[in-house]
Design a protein around this ligand. Sequence first.
Ligand code: MD6
Ligand code: FE
Length: 206
Amino acid sequence: MRLSDDFPKGFKYLPGYFSPEEQKGLVDTLRYLVKEAPLFTPVMPRTGKPFSVRMTNLGTLGWVSDRSGYRYQTQHPETGQPWPVIPKVLQDLWNKVGDSPTAPEACLVNYYAATAKMGMHQDRDEKTFEAPVVSVSLGDTAIFRLGGVKRGGPTQSLKLNSGDVVVLGGEARLCYHGIDRILGGSSSLLKDGGRLNLTLRRISPF
Ligand code: MD6
Ligand code: FE
């Protein structure tokens, strides 16, 4: 395992980007938006095995997974409604750290209960990889694993605390990554515990 300050080019780790007050504000906003677009449990393509995370989306497009595959779509799979608009605070984050000339189209919202995890994956369902993926962590600390662009290469792990921002851009845009585990009870930000991860994405070419 490499030292955790030896990051691939294009990977940014911005610990404590959001202050505790900003995190509270963001959670209040999300609580309101999740009433409009409730968390749902996605299932794996073909097998139908449920994910351990629950998810929803904000923006003009949202990422979904069901028996027919992974894709971006304009509507919530259960309500049939368009996804809520991405709040200004997240648009501002994208503009500050995203190095991208256009706006994000999707914000995937993942909720991890204390036992949830996310296998190593690349984010490659987008039609362009020119723009980065910008991620925000809220609530319980997660053990994040970062690999290279090839599956099975060396990895490093880092703790993502509430308020931290991570950017996968440039040469790091297609790096493998995942969540090994959540440190349950490490934060009191979310009423019922657990962790929210927000990932801002651009789907279409500029
Ligand atoms: C998570 N993050 O932090 C999972 N994807 O819960 C991601 O899958 C991710 O942190 C793309 C870019 C940054 C990320
Ligand atoms: Fe990802």
